[in-house]
Design a protein around this ligand. Sequence first.
Ligand code: XLS
Ligand code: CA
Ligand code: CA
Length: 441
Amino acid sequence: MEEIFKGIPEIKYEGPASKNPFAFKYYDADRIVLGKKMSEHLPFAMAWWHNLCANGVDMFGRGTADKRFGAAAEGTMEHAKAKVDAGVEFMRKLGIKYYCFHDADIVPEADDINETNRRLDEITDYILEKTKGTGIKLLWGTANMFSNPRFMNGAGSTNDIDVYCFAAAQVKKAIELTVKLGGKGYVFWGGREGYETLLNTKVKFEQENIANLMRMARDYGRKIGFNGTFLIEPKPKEPMKHQYDYDAATAIGFLKEYGLDKDFKMNIEANHATLAGHTFQHELRISRINGMLGSIDANQGDIMLGWDTDCFPSNVYDTTLAMYEIVKNGGLPVGINFDSKNRRPSNTYEDMFHAFILGMDSFAYGLLKAAAIIEDGRIEKNVEDRYSSFNSELGQKVRNGKATLEELAAKASEMKAPRVPASGKQEYLEGVLNNIILSNN
Ligand code: XLS
Ligand code: CA
Ligand code: CA
């Protein structure tokens, strides 16, 4: 096999003092943190679409990066295989064990779905052959139900039964491929599951149809041996104006309403959280406390832009607080997918590696600092102290759901006037966080 990323070595850990652009400064796969290897805390995955397909095209111009990887032309099966070759070499050089894809990322779609499915069989055989013995596996699979014009009014939420059939057919095939490739998760991102105007939309009808599609997916998946986690990836908008899976709280409510909460969890993407007006940590916390934190899409937005920029994560404050939630969750049942892309002017093979080194180091640093927050104990102690008034007998009664309004009102009347609660100490705590994040590991 001819090397594609010529001159780029296997990326090794060299430590924070290293100036080598092709070395990890913080990601040290075998280092033990909180009793587990870093690589176990951080099951990193490569997103096929951004890394192997996206060439920098935007609304104002053509692509800037050549992602043919030696194939004569794009959109051919030769190109599809070249992407597999490139992807496997890329993951191997970075020590990444997982990848994620949409059906449409791995083969060019044919005019006839039967031919598309045949191509999918061929390429997944090729993926299995190329990953054999490498330990590289699928993290999660999904169906692209937003690019093809047939999905302009949604997939599960479409008004057209024929389109609904195509959505179902794609989901069926994508679950089969997920099982074939040993995937741990299956994702529903409702890209066009929303609406532009209520003047033409039946919201309840559409939501019921989405739930039915998910039920059929769950039943079929379980029937063919998919034991992994189904995931909803919330996003509030873009491409639609209103998307049904606005944020974690909304998606969890939807799953409970339709009885899907035992099989589905959340795939939380950092940039989608910020589009919804939340922090990444907020979305992770809401998922975690509901027992619904399944997987993450690691990236970050750009506050100067405000749309879904999918930048590689560099903000170690965010990765620290994200890893804190993940560690508190006991890890992730699925994993950490870099749904991130290079900026348009970063158009070389070297840039692809620099991007992943940045992302992996940022999460490794975040993991070390999340462990330091826990070991340091100041922040967690403050949280406990802050609620300690509920340790009283009356407080415990409230906590157990045994108190009545009458007895609480009687207590208030006895106290006569409320006292001012203790300080929230936010600035102190932000100082502690700074102290932990800026100290040596
Ligand atoms: C788009 C989403 C998408 C999902 C998978 O904004 O992030 O890429 O992760 O369909
Ligand atoms: Ca995503
Ligand atoms: Ca995104």
